[in-house]
Design a protein around this ligand. Structure first.
Ligand SMILES: O=P(O)(O)O[C@@H]1C[C@H](O)[C@@H](CO)O1
Length: 247
């Protein structure tokens, strides 16, 4: 397979990855015959970037002709049924920075990309969610495949116990620091979105717990589930290609 990769630092005006474990490369190639562009490392509010800069790659992808965006992230599990290593298909989100007015679409609307007031009740493509469930079941992943609501916070500090309890009560199944801003911009310009969270740690909900959220555990769980995540995503991509309803 031929791939062409560009370091972010060689792409004019592109943000730079500052997070340990994020390589900072844009990779073009084919995934099982399907043309793809992959970001090795995405951007976060906690890196200090303006929210429009974090989401800029989505508009570049739109201009490149991308039709479907697949986003993955690491997240803390709030749902008490979740275990470390579970893969959660995101069916909806809670946008906490958005509640405070920090939305990537704030400011003058660029009509070339989309409407002023985009709908978000259909943000996560339901056919792609079902496809992923079907693929997961075929691959024997059903025991660790979930569907749930992802809540984004600004980070970089992990949540307090009171915050985790509140988010859980509000309906969040997992909490993280990415993805939602990109989803909003991708949907605004009409790309279909499918997103997954890997539950890398259990959010601490109990004052008696000795657990402490930490980035090392996040990276370690990511490595442990990397192979299954790759197989799930690449098989979903193959099915998108083979089914004209999705292409
Ligand atoms: O996949 P993302 O980048 O959302 O991963 C989460 C948020 C932070 O980057 C990091 C914290 O451990 O994991």
């Amino acid at each position: 397979m031929r791939i062409v990769a560009f370091d972010y630092r060689d792409i004019p005006n592109f943000p730079q990855s500052t997070v340990h474990g994020h390589a900072g490369r844009l990779v073009f190639g084919t995934l099982k015959g399907r043309p793809c562009v992959c970001m090795q490392g995405r951007f976060h509010l906690y890196e200090g970037y303006p929210i429009q800069k974090i989401t800029m790659p989505m508009r570049i992808f739109k201009l490149l002709g991308v039709e479907t965006v697949i986003l993955t992230n690491a997240a803390g599990g709030l749902n008490q049924d979740y275990k470390v290593g579970d893969i959660m298909i995101i069916k909806d989100h809670l946008n906490m920075p958005g509640f405070a007015g920090n939305n990537p679409l704030a400011g003058p609307n660029n009509e070339r990309f989309g409407v002023r007031f985009p709908c978000m009740s259909d943000a996560y493509d339901r056919e792609l969610q079902q496809l992923a469930l079907d693929v997961g079941s075929e691959l024997g992943y059903s025991d660790f495949l979930r569907e749930g609501v992802y809540c984004v916070l600004g980070g970089p500090s992990f949540e307090t116990i009171a915050e985790c309890r509140m988010l859980h009560k509000l309906g969040a199944d997992a909490v993280g620091m990415s993805t939602v801003h990109e989803v909003i911009v991708a949907r605004h310009c009409g790309m279909r979105v499918f997103a997954l969270s890997l539950i890398t740690n259990e959010a601490v909900m109990d004052y008696d717990s000795e657990e402490k959220a930490n980035h090392e555990e996040v990276l370690q769980t990511g490595k442990q589930r990397a192979e299954q995540l790759e197989r799930l995503v690449s098989t979903v991509v193959t099915r998108i290609e083979h089914n004209n309803n999705f292409a």
